[in-house]
Design a protein around this ligand. Structure first.
Ligand code: EPZ
Length: 430
């Protein structure tokens, strides 16, 4: 319930090092449940979603040894439960990965049904379709309960009716220890899909084709331990690229895989931002006015939905009218109301936003409504003249490691302020 106080209008200069990918980490950590040995994971982002997963694993009986800020050792040989507590599991959407991992390893799982969220209905029918095809009986209600009919899942051919990151990863986890071969067609291709497959393969799994439309998983008898290093976070990197595009200045964004950034880099280049690729870094510079463009979000390698709010803020400051179309989620423009408080001119109709660029934004009190919306509002506050106070920043801390520290180090005037108790109460009611 803390706030960020941002005094905007300063260009950003310097270097930012990107942390490990959140959406890879929240899959790889539960995937350690599949491993009959000690798993050491490096480049783990220090974010609250990850901490929550450590608590869930510990509760199930795993040994979690924090080696340093970014490395952990997980030993899941002493798991005594396949039913994480409702209290912990309901707090994170990605707890659905516990179903695939526990079902794959122990033939059963009972996990609180992930709730809705701020950007539309989030069904898990494709996950369930995959588990059922592999011979699981699945019941859904307050909990999702899955049991492998013969104690062990069987390989199957599964066609994903829609490209789904979560269903692709969940079915992959369930399939690695199944009897026989599983094929996932129309699979998602995001960098974290490949990262999960690489992690599982490094533990002894046999997965081919991750990063293409078709993934083939040959079940093995067991996974043993090993060491794995998580990829850099594409969206965190993109967020800081958008920040420098909005404020002006020059940032060297380190620890990135430039290939993963192409969909974002090319949009910023269309807008007149200079993006220079180095081996594992991007130099991003904005010295000229921003130009309008259109953006449509799509599964990878398309423009990521998780960058839609951030790029919309940049377009809000560009010359001319831009169209942003959300191609993945039903309702991901909720933050636009807050952006308008800063002076942005945006009209939303369903999944389409028409953005009339303005020459400046003005600081105001605003609220984050989810992780990426929160990040976008930070960018808006950095670019705005005057002071912006941003509430509900706990959303941001779920997925961005030390955003305040990283931004301050490149010249941003942003601070985390602990709200006095009465204001905290008022905010949580709202
Ligand atoms: C992942 O969510 C990410 N979360 C999201 O990032 C991201 O927005 C999304 O992928 C798309 O890239 C994690 O990795 C933890 P999907 P996920 O299944 O897996 C429909 C962030 O900000 N669908 O790829 O839940 C669904 O409704 C978060 O970091 C079904 O119809 O997304 C959506 O329209 C937010 N049935 C589309 O597919 C299903 O069973 C894509 O969803 C599953 C999904």
């Amino acid at each position: 319930m803390n706030q960020y106080v941002i005094r905007g209008g300063h260009p950003l200069f310097g270097e930012i090092t990107v942390s490990g990918a959140k959406n890879a980490a929240v899959a790889i950590i539960p995937a350690a449940l599949l491993v009959d040995g000690v798993v050491r994971i490096e480049n783990v982002p220090e974010i609250s979603d990850v901490t929550l997963f450590f608590s869930i694993l510990e509760e199930l009986g795993a040994k979690v040894r924090i080696l340093n800020r970014h490395a952990v050792e997980l030993d899941c040989r002493s798991i005594h439960s396949t039913r994480p507590s409702y209290e912990l599991a309901r707090r994170i959407r990605a707890s659905y990965y516990l179903v695939g991992a526990l079902l794959g390893r122990f033939g059963q799982a009972t996990v609180a049904m992930p709730g809705g969220c701020n950007f539309g209905v989030r069904p898990i029918d494709l996950h369930v379709k995959g588990f059922r095809a592999m011979g699981a009986e699945v019941t859904e209600g307050g909990f999702i309960e899955a049991v492998a009919r013969d104690g062990r899942l069987k390989g199957a051919s599964i066609y994903m009716d829609q490209v789904s990151v979560g269903a692709t990863m969940n079915v992959m986890m369930a399939a690695v220890l199944a009897d026989g071969v599983t094929t996932i067609d129309n699979a998602a291709k995001e960098p974290h899909i490949v990262d999960l497959a690489n992690f599982l393969n490094s533990m002894g799994a046999d997965i081919k084709g991750a990063g293409t439309d078709t993934i083939k998983i040959r079940g093995v008898e067991k996974l043993t331990g090993g060491t794995y290093c998580i990829i850099p976070d594409q969206i965190e990197a993109g967020t800081y690229m958008a920040a420098v595009a909005a404020t002006g200045g020059q940032l060297l964004i380190k620890n990135v895989i430039p290939k993963h950034m192409e969909c974002i880099s090319s949009k910023l280049q269309e807008m007149g931002v200079v993006v220079e690729e180095q081996d594992d870094a991007l130099l991003v510079r904005r010295s000229a006015p921003l130009q309008r463009t259109n953006v449509k979000t799509m599964p990878y390698p398309g423009f990521p939905t998780d960058m839609q709010p951030q790029i919309t803020v940049v377009l809000a400051l560009a010359e001319g009218t831009s169209i942003v179309t959300e191609g993945v989620w039903d309702n991901r423009f909720k933050y636009v109301g807050e952006l308008k408080r800063l002076g942005a001119q945006i009209q939303v109709d369903g999944r389409v936003a028409v953005v009339e660029g303005v020459s400046r934004l003005e600081g105001a009190p605003i609220q984050a409504c989810d992780l990426r919306a929160g990040a976008a509002l930070v960018i808006a506050g950095l670019a705005a003249q005057g002071t912006t106070t941003l509430g509900s920043v706990q959303y941001i801390e779920r997925g961005y490691e030390d955003m305040v520290g990283k931004l301050r180090a490149v010249g941003a005037d942003i601070e985390l302020v602990d709200l006095p108790e009465p204001e905290k109460k008022e905010q949580s009611i709202g």
